[in-house]
Each structure stands twice: as C-alpha cells, then as structure tokens.
Design a protein around this ligand. Structure first.
Ligand code: MN
Length: 203
C-alpha cells in the first residue's frame, strides 16, 4: 500500500492557453510526484498510523509522530492539495449548481463578490501557499488562504475549490504577474465538479 500519484483527468495541453502544457507537465509529473514520493517515505517509517492523510492531518499534533509530522504536513498536504486542484479544473465550461450558487450568494453577497474575495486572498498570500473556498462544520462557506502546503482540514475546514499560488504553478507562463494567473484560473474552473464537492461536503 502506498499513496499513488493520480493521473490528470485531461491531457497536459488541455488547459492551454490558460495553463500551458510545460507547466502542467512539470507541475504534475515533477512537483506533485515528489510530494507523493516524500509522503510515502515518511509514512513508511510509521506503518502503525496508516495512510488516511485527511484523518492524520485533521490533528497533526495528536495523529502524527514528531519525527515525520512536518514531512506529512508538507508532502501529504501537497499531495491532497494537488489531487483536488487537478480535479476542479477543466477545459469545458460548466456552471455552479443552483445550490452552490445560492450558498455563494448567501456567504458573499454575489458571485462577483466571491470572486473578488478569492482573488484578494490569492493575490495577497505572501510567498508560497493556496487560496481556498472552504466549508466549515456548520456548512458555511468562506475564503481563506494557507501557507506552504498546509491543508484546510488542519483548521477543521473542507476545501471546495483551491488555487495553488506557488510560483512553480505560474512562473513559466505568467512570470511575476500572479494576478493574470488568477484571472486565467477562473476561465478553467470545473464548476460542475466544485458543485459535487460542495454537495459531498454538506452530506
Ligand atoms: Mn503546486
């Protein structure tokens, strides 16, 4: 048993010109693959804790032995974050479900206000990290950002939508201009999939 690198659900060039092929190849085959290799190396030292990364990361202090704790936070989080990221992208345009659209309106006032809040979080995350649309235990949506590969479950939150703002995610195509990468992201969000994740998180 080991954590497996998932295949992309589309071709490497499918998201171009928004996300270019070379970035997708490096991002999936090198960066994500390295998180998978490193989390497996860490987990092998403690077979007694199992491989349920979400459960382990829900309470790292309690669930992760000190000698592998940060490695699992970094690389287990890195694996889960990227696995979600690939899933919520698509070259095909889809719309949010009526339920998700209503929940976004409730939480942010409007879809445009949500996009603005999310863009702000993604733009202002200093250094490496992620911007997220998350659901709390009461079913309420909010936008947060996390540093490095910290997973929202570490704050008791379920991610519905995530954007990688590490430079490795955009530097080849967008250089230092992170805001253009964030704009491009919104062109390729798979809202049908995000709506599924929203329903699953409610259940
Ligand atoms: Mn990444």
């Amino acid at each position: 048993m080991a954590i497996i690198l998932p295949e992309l659900p589309y071709a490497y060039d499918a998201l171009a010109p928004h996300f270019d092929e070379e970035t997708m190849i490096l991002h999936h085959d090198k960066h994500h693959a390295t998180y998978v290799a490193n989390v497996n190396a860490a987990l092998e030292k403690h077979p007694e804790i199992g491989e349920d990364l979400l459960a382990l990361l829900a309470d790292p202090e309690k669930n992760l032995p000190a000698d592998i704790r940060q490695a699992v936070i970094n690389n287990g989080g890195g694996h889960l974050n990227h696995a979600l990221f690939w899933e919520i992208l698509s070259p095909e345009k889809t719309a949010p479900s009526a339920e998700l659209a209503a929940a976004i309106d409730d939480a942010f006032g409007s879809f445009d206000a949500f996009k603005e809040t999310f863009t702000q979080a993604a733009t202002t995350r200093f250094g490496s990290g992620w911007a997220w649309l998350v659901m709390d235990a009461a079913g309420k949506l909010s936008v947060i950002s996390t540093g490095n590969q910290d997973h929202p479950v570490m704050q008791g939150l379920t991610p519905i939508l995530g954007l990688d703002v590490w430079e490795h995610a955009y530097y080849l195509n967008y250089r230092n201009v992170r805001p253009n990468y964030i704009k491009a992201f919104f062109e390729i969000v798979n809202w049908a999939k995000v709506s599924e994740l929203y329903q699953a998180a409610l259940a």
